[in-house]
Design a protein around this ligand. Structure first.
Ligand code: SF4
Ligand code: SF4
Length: 328
């Protein structure tokens, strides 16, 4: 990795914790040449090329469909396993056993250990398995490929966008540093109270347990209130600005080899990708003049949902495994 990309890598980590993304101070020579070429291209020609791309683009939902199918399958496996007592997958997303292997959600394990103020060996083993799994699969991949709240919030987002298009609602963005503050507050609460306070309000755990065992009315009302808030006031509020689980898995994603990669040369800077992204700050590199190199990996806050890959009319965003050729 060259020095400029290394610097970008550190910047992306800071952006995940809430810092605003900034214009890069240094750009590689080869990327500067591409930026220069693009500046020299006649605007009318560029627009014609964009229009031609759009006209020929078939709306793809390939990654979205794969992801929804995986998410529904993973959550149904819990439900069916419990209902039929076949013990393939026992427990809920927070803590489970998959054909004998203990799997413990990283954020929950962290909260339990903070509440008990020591490292619990059994938790450590269960967490280790999950840690390796999510390092390999991409960290926040958990969010978009497994978390049941994500799917509900994605549907609520569609209603929000439809209402926004009719000018009935507007998105009210919140400071992204709030999520880091929430993470620290819930960690502190666990230490001080000795309870995993976050688990009581985590929509991930609530929806997962409700699907398997049936949920309490109060807990479901809380989830409903979150969704209503997201529809009428703040687009994807919980996942963007609050959820500590998302941040924990984002940190795991820092070292993950599975990621989305951006290619500058083929990009027309339409910005379709940023419109569909849950975390558009990770796609700042697609803004005209911002890419620091001709190929730039997308940062760890990316949920690997594939919506940008589906949306990009020029195929400039693709999944890849670091060190191997592109996936799709
Ligand atoms: S940010 Fe939290 S609620 Fe949202 S998808 Fe990720 S784990 Fe689920
Ligand atoms: S960058 Fe692409 S893959 Fe990552 S969260 Fe945004 S839309 Fe999804």
């Amino acid at each position: 990795m060259n020095k400029i990309l290394q610097r970008r890598f550190v910047d992306q980590i800071l952006v995940m914790f809430g810092r605003e993304s900034k214009k890069p101070e240094q750009i590689t020579e080869r990327a500067q040449k591409v930026h220069e070429l693009k500046r020299m291209t006649n605007k009318a020609e560029l627009q014609a090329a964009k229009d031609a791309h759009r006209a020929h683009q078939e709306k793809s939902h390939k990654w979205r469909n794969r992801r929804w199918a995986t998410l529904i399958f993973a959550n149904l496996l819990f439900v069916v396993s419990f209902a039929l007592d076949i013990q393939i997958l026992e427990g809920a997303l927070t803590a489970s056993r998959f054909i004998g292997f203990h799997l413990i959600d990283l954020n929950s394990a962290l909260q339990v250990m903070l509440a008990h103020k020591h490292i619990i060996t059994n938790l450590f083993i269960g967490t280790g398995t999950v840690l390796v799994l999510w390092i390999l699969l991409g960290g926040r991949t958990f969010c978009s490929w497994v978390c049941p709240y994500h799917l509900l919030a994605e549907w609520a987002e569609k209603i929000h966008l439809w209402l926004a298009q009719k000018k009935l609602v507007t998105d009210q963005p919140i400071d992204r540093r709030l999520r880091t503050v929430f993470w620290l507050v819930f960690a502190l609460l666990a230490v001080v109270t000795g309870y995993t306070v976050y688990e009581a309000i985590s929509p991930t755990g609530i929806v997962s347990r409700a699907l398997i065992y049936g949920g309490s009315v109060l807990a479901m009302l809380w989830v409903l209130a979150l969704l209503v808030f997201e529809v009428f006031f703040v687009r994807r509020a919980w996942c963007r600005y609050a959820c500590p689980i998302g941040l924990t898995y984002g940190v795991v994603g820092i070292v993950s080899p599975l990621r989305v990669k951006y290619r500058l040369e083929s990009c027309f800077h339409e910005g379709d990708c940023r419109k569909v992204c849950l975390v558009p700050h990770v796609l700042d590199t697609v803004i005209k003049g911002r890419a620091v190199d001709t190929e730039v990996p997308i940062g760890p806050d990316c949920t690997r949902c594939g919506l940008c890959v589906d949306a990009c009319p020029t195929g400039s965003l693709k999944f890849e495994v670091k060190g191997l050729s592109k996936l799709m």
